[in-house]
Design a protein around this ligand. Structure first.
Ligand code: ZN
Length: 298
C-alpha cells in the first residue's frame, strides 16, 4: 500500500495489539511513523534506505515497541505526550497505574515486553505543523482524547490521512488512561472525519477507502452512544462502581488477562460516569453506614 513516497507497513497479525501498522516515508534516509509493526521489515528499512527519524503518534506501548532498535534516529513526538517518553514514572502516571497493587507487573510489562526506553524528543510536534521530507509534505493533526498528544498525519498531495489509533474498528474508541478524555475523543474523531482524504490509514487493521469511510466514522462514534445507553439503562437502579464494571459494557464480556481488561473497563466506565454527571443525567449517592457510593439516574 503505497501512494507517492508514502507507504503503509502492515503490522504483524494484521496490526493487532501488541503490534500496530507503521507509515514509512521513502526518503534517504527514511522516516517511520510508529515503529510497532514488524521487526524484520523495519530492520530491512534501516539497512536500505536507512531510518533518519522516528515519529510516534502517541505514547502507547504497541506504537513504541521497536523504537529501541533505532537509537541513532532523531525522535519526534507530539508535545503533550513527550513527557511520557522522558520518564517511566510519567508514563505510568498518565496511564493511571501508579499506586495499583500490581504496579510492578505493569512496569516490567513496559520494560521487558515493550522495550520502553527513556528518550528525549528532538522535536515536539504541534497541531498544524507542516513537515517537508523531500517531495513529501505532511501536516500534523492534533487529535487528543485517546491520549493528550495523540496526533494524526495528513498527506495532502497523496490524499492519505493516517488517523492512527482512532482506528474505526467495531470495538470503538478507547479512552482508558487517566489522562484520556471522552469529550476530546469525540471532538477529534469529528475533526479527522472532515479531512477530504481518498484513503484512510489506521494503526490497527486495513486501509479504508473513501467510499467506506463515512459509514465507518459514523459506526465508530455510535459505539460511544451505545455504551452510554447501556450504562443509563443499568443505572435505573443504583449500583456501585464495581457492579457497573462487572457489566463489561465496554469490552462486552470478561477478557483475559482479567487484571488488564478490568482495569481498562473501569477506567473507561469512569469517563462515562463523569461525563453523564456533568450533563446532569446521573448522580452519586452515599448510603450512610454502608461506606459505599452508588450511581443512579437523576
Ligand atoms: Zn493508543
Amino acid at each position: 500500500m503505497r501512494r507517492g513516497n508514502v507507504e503503509l507497513i502492515p503490522g504483524k497479525n494484521l496490526g493487532r495489539y501488541p503490534y500496530c501498522n507503521s507509515v514509512f516515508i521513502h526518503e534517504k534516509p527514511g522516516i517511520v511513523i510508529d515503529a510497532g509493526s514488524d521487526e524484520e521489515k523495519l530492520l530491512a528499512l534501516k539497512q536500505d534506505p536507512g531510518i533518519g527519524i522516528i515519529i510516534n503518534t502517541h505514547y502507547h506501548e504497541d506504537h513504541f515497541l521497536y523504537n529501541y532498535l533505532f537509537p541513532e534516529a532523531e525522535f519526534w513526538v507530539p508535545e503533550q505526550d513527550a513527557p511520557a517518553f522522558e520518564s517511566l514514572d510519567t508514563v505510568m502516571d498518565f496511564c493511571g497505574i501508579i499506586g495499583l497493587p500490581d504496579e510492578k507487573n505493569w512496569i516490567s510489562y513496559y520494560l521487558d515486553q515493550f522495550n520502553y526506553r527513556v528518550r528525549k524528543a528532538e522535536r515536539k510536534l504541534k497541531d498544524g505543523d507542516q513537515l517537508q521530507f523531500g517531495k513529501t509534505r505532511v501536516e500534523v493533526i492534533h487529535a487528543p482524547g485517546h491520549t493528550p498528544g495523540h496526533s494524526g498525519f495528513w498527506f495532502p498531495e497523496e490524499k492519505v490521512l493516517f488517523v492512527a489509533d482512532y482506528d474505526l474498528t467495531a470495538f470503538g474508541p478507547w479512552y482508558g488512561d487517566r489522562v484520556s478524555s471522552l469529550e476530546d475523543t469525540i471532538a477529534s474523531v469529528e475533526k479527522l472525519r472532515k479531512i477530504p482524504a481518498e484513503v484512510y490509514w489506521v494503526s490497527h487493521g486495513e486501509e479504508i477507502p473513501r467510499e467506506q469511510a463515512e459509514g465507518r466514522f459514523a459506526e465508530y462514534l455510535k459505539v460511544i452512544t451505545v455504551r452510554e445507553e447501556k450504562l443509563l439503562a443499568f443505572l435505573k437502579t443504583p449500583h456501585t462502581l464495581d457492579e457497573i464494571v462487572d457489566q463489561w459494557i465496554i469490552y462486552r464480556k470478561e477478557r483475559e488477562p482479567v487484571y488488564f481488561f478490568r482495569f481498562a473497563e473501569q477506567a473507561m466506565v469512569k469517563k462515562h460516569l463523569e461525563n453523564l454527571r456533568k450533563r446532569g443525567l446521573i448522580k452519586k449517592e452515599a448510603v450512610i453506614g454502608l461506606h459505599k457510593e452508588f450511581f443512579v439516574r437523576s
